[in-house]
Design a protein around this ligand. Sequence first.
Ligand code: AMP
Length: 215
Amino acid sequence: MNIFIMGAPGSGKGTFSSRIKEEFDLNHISTGDIFRANIAGGTELGMQAKAYTEKGLLVPDEITNNMVKEYLSQLSDKKNGYLLDGYPRTLDQAKAFEKMTEGTDLMVDEIVVMDVPFDELTRRITGRRSCKHCGEIYNIYSKPPVKEGICDKCGSELSQRKDDNEESLKTRLEEYAKNTEPVIAYYEEKGMVKRIDATAGIEEIWPVLKEALSK
Ligand code: AMP
């Protein structure tokens, strides 16, 4: 099973990706996580991506497509497939991905879209904290850790993403409306999209999402 998980920033892609990958034993590829790891590691890819991600702009398609291609080609254990989180975000990426996977076992077969009203996203994004070590995601309003600033799972320090501020968020939402909504419309026309109402709490959404992916 090869899945794209799509949705606006703060719609729960990262939170649910960690559950989906475990439940269905998938390779999880998050383009945002890869960019952040490369920026932290000071790699060439990181240097190319830094200015864009900090402003909330999309990294150019060519850089992103090449990175995804390389990741897919390196998957030695294919597990039950992949979960691509945060990609494709433009029509150009969607079409490049089709070209790169056509006729292979890497073609996408499920697309889930996490739907959350735009006004709820700001609260989610500004309250988001994540573990530097294991990547577990918290929210100081809706899913606080037991001990402030510390990960419940592994005891490491929690941090806030540099782009999780209101200014970057505005740009990220604009990018989403301009570039990513047309991608969803493109897949909707092909009848491939499953929309999940992701407004409720994690424990209410999870069974619905799991059921949608099991069909
Ligand atoms: P995310 O963690 O998915 O919210 O992504 C964080 C940032 O990484 C985005 O705001 C973009 O700057 C960059 N990014 C992640 N995925 C993509 C993509 N598919 N295309 C272009 N830029 C991306």
